[in-house]
Write a protein that binds this ligand. Sequence first.
Ligand code: LMR
Length: 394
Amino acid sequence: MFETLKEQPADKILQLMQLYREDPREDKIDLGVGVYKDATGKTPIMRAVKAAEKKLWEEQDTKAYTGLAGDPAFADAMINLVLSDAVARGNVAAVATPGGTGAVRQAFEMARLANPDVRVFVSDPTWPNHVSILNYLGIEVVSYRYFDGETRGVNFDAMMEDLGKAGPGDLVLLHGCCHNPTGANLNLVQWQAVVDLLNKTGAVPMIDIAYQGFGDGLEQDAAAVRLVASSVPECLIAASCSKNFGVYRERTGLLMAVSADPSKTSLNQGTLAFLNRQNYSFPPDHGARVVTMVLTDPALRADWAAELEEVRNSMLGLRELLASELQRASGSDRFGFIAQHRGMFSRLGASGELVQKLRDEHGIYMVGDSRLNIAGLNKQTVPILADAIIKVGM
Ligand code: LMR
């Protein structure tokens, strides 16, 4: 049977991780996969997470199954973190999922259950795995223009024109904050215009929020998702804890289905639990429980929020430093957009050929579409990167 298998397309981001590992150069720089690294190049376990894990080890007395939806306390804590009081709890169905990717996958499956002919509108570009999962599920993908290669900001008029083509029964995938891979984001006035358009066309929004707290702050980064959830009849929200709690390998995420009509919540909840049962039965618990402990213990929560702020500010500092080093190296302001972008990533807007040159000649690894992970830099490597960018002719 296995002889009929075909090679599957490699994931560009994971392939790059492998290439980097195999590169023997000692001064190589990894700006590929979206993992936070501190100034020493480590991905630390956050203080509050470590403290919660210790407490959990001491206090946990069973590993028996939780519910299909995961521990309800995790859903409550995460709904509160993402949505605050924008939507009443009774309007939200939610299940724990294996990471943000698990939530994304289940969201697509729920949309397909509701409408077998669903089309999913995705930004051009978007996280490559969005498209890969949709292709795998056989769901039609329609891309809408998003990134402006000239300004490196959002081409909002083109985006609105393309989103105008989505209608009832379609899903429109939006990044809640810190757009991956570009770093270019909508402002709240633009978000309101998107909401108005969706309410006119009847298309259903799906928000992927994987970097809350990495852009402008925990509350600010959730403003768009709160606006959408409180303004449309229905929406799906896939939230990840991988980055903002640093629990990447624990696979911790939440999928929310929000309905303005609370009588729909029980059917939505049953559907989400059913999907969990079909795909993996019970969602992983360790990361979810630790996140719940952090969010519900005032001291741990305050410490976590403070450390997340340190992480966010260090990335902002690196952005500003890189923009100014590039100004020095290029003698122009054409890289000023790096300081305007938010989140872990910026897309430089350079060709794959130049990205390859950067890797071959300077040992600097970024994704082929010229996405760089700001958190992969430190004060020493910023000027090296700036000089290399100019040397290869970006
Ligand atoms: C990324 O975009 O680098 C991260 O979301 C990690 C991943 O799984 O691709």
